[in-house]
Design a protein around this ligand. Structure first.
Ligand SMILES: Nc1ncnc2c1ncn2[C@@H]1O[C@H](COP(=O)(O)OP(=O)(O)OP(=O)(O)O)[C@@H](O)[C@H]1O
Ligand SMILES: [Mg+2]
Length: 408
């Protein structure tokens, strides 16, 4: 086989990126890493999988990274430019366009990054998206609310992590939200879609999913991000043939076509209304965060870090796609502020869950609390899995209620 040379942006951060670098090297390609970690500080588990490394001062300074990378490569032929970190998806596409490298172009990548463009492309394909208005002024926000009616959603155009996203139930609440989002230059005012919320995740080869996953958020992310005292749960759904998922799976595949997906991961969010209608939420041309890839691996007992690499580099996917488990992640938030001083209920939960408990990354006493608003992972998590949906859910909610971290 001919050699394949891959430029990979951000090989060390976020931490799971190291796994993709490992996957790339395991499928036999040479990885040229570009990152802002000093070369001498590269973790050994990354360094040993890199063929070469370029250290740049600021990875998010697109022009500088493009310039430095171009100079570094000195015209060397590169077969792929890849990243799995959302803020660099556009830069990777620009590099491909600039250097004539196959893969997703900048125009296509923008459809996965700009939420309004995304929705207009999805809607243009005849697919159901929330009715929405893009608003630059307070007057426009009020007009949009008038037109759409309540409840509605106000959120930033370029949002992530549900920051500055609000459900608004009446005109008085709208005025409060207008004040709260005063610092956001442009907001989207949307029809509120009631119902359940799911993901549709894929690994694609030339736009065709070779791996698909649906997961359910319990509760919906906006609720999970608003109430500190609850433990958010996300469960991958083992059985995709259930009738209530059919509309979402079809919608997901149609969205990939509408946005002209190429190779790699996608992570979509969708709503299922009480009338069983599937409504598009948003999509990224990258894997879901917060350990969703680990959950998918636990669902099928596979290694998607490596299979993604095989898909994007060799256009092959060799892992079995038989879904064996519903895999649930349970994120915990400590009670109190400061340092964790107690972890209660874990031993009992271990006994209850037995070998269905497959991961425990809860913070331990002595560790400082993390900011639950900034990271869904919060003060750590457990992953449980079970072939039976009800049992997986029951175990997950036991973890949510029985395990308690205390801080202060
Ligand atoms: N039109 C809508 N109707 C109902 N709920 C919505 C709507 N838009 C957003 N939400 C809620 O707000 C959450 C965050 O919105 P969205 O996913 O668009 O933003 P985000 O900031 O990219 O979030 P994240 O990074 O957490 O995925 C959604 O998961 C959903 O719970
Ligand atoms: Mg979202």
């Amino acid at each position: 086989m001919p050699a394949i040379d891959v430029l990979y942006l951000a090989p060390t951060y976020p931490p799971e990126m190291r796994q993709y670098v490992r996957g790339l090297s395991e499928v036999g390609v040479r990885v040229f890493g570009v990152g802002d970690t000093p070369k001498h500080a590269l973790p050994p588990d990354v360094a040993r999988h890199l063929f070469a490394y370029l250290e740049v001062p600021r990875l998010l300074d697109e022009a500088a990274v493009l310039r430095a990378s171009t100079e570094w490569l000195r015209g060397r032929h590169i077969d792929r430019v890849l990243t799995n970190w959302e803020p660099l998806v556009l830069l990777a596409a620009r590099m491909r366009d600039r250097w004539g490298v196959p893969g997703m172009s900048e125009d296509v990548a923008r459809g996965f990054r700009d939420k309004e463009l995304m929705k207009s492309r999805v809607a243009a394909a005849g697919l159901r998206v929330p009715r929405a208005h893009r608003c630059l002024t307070v007057t426009r926000v009020r007009e949009a609310a008038e037109e759409l009616g309540y409840p509605l959603i106000v959120k930033p155009i370029a949002g992530a992590g549900s920051a500055d996203t609000y459900r608004v139930d009446d005109a008085a609440a709208l005025e409060r939200v207008i004040r709260a989002v005063g610092h956001v230059p442009e907001v989207s005012v949307e029809e509120f879609i009631d119902g359940r919320e799911f993901t549709f995740d894929t690994v694609c080869i030339e736009g065709r999913p070779v791996f698909e996953n649906v997961a359910e958020y319990l509760p919906r992310p906006l609720v999970a991000r608003s109430i500190e005292s609850l433990s958010p749960v996300i469960i991958t759904v083992r059985d995709h043939s259930q009738p209530h998922l059919a509309a979402g799976l079809t919608l997901g595949r149609q969205v990939l076509d509408a946005l002209k997906m190429h190779d790699g991961f996608t992570h979509m969010e969708w709503f299922l209304t009480s009338s069983q209608e599937a409504v598009f939420g948003e999509i990224g041309a990258r894997p879901g965060g917060a350990h969703l890839v680990d959950q998918m691996n636990f669902t099928c007992d596979i290694d998607l870090f490596r299979e993604w690499a095989r898909a994007v580099c060799w256009h092959a996917f060799e892992a079995p796609t038989t879904r064996k488990y519903n895999a649930a992640i349970v994120f915990k938030r400590a009670v109190g502020q400061g340092r964790i001083h107690a972890l209660e209920g874990l031993d009992g939960f271990r006994q209850r869950a037995g070998h269905w408990l497959v991961a425990d990354q809860l913070l331990r006493p002595g560790a400082p609390r993390r900011n639950w608003k900034h990271t869904l992972i919060s003060d750590g998590f457990v992953i449980v899995r079970h072939p039976d949906w009800d049992e997986a859910k029951r175990l997950a909610f036991h973890a949510a209620h029985d395990i308690m971290l205390r801080a202060g």
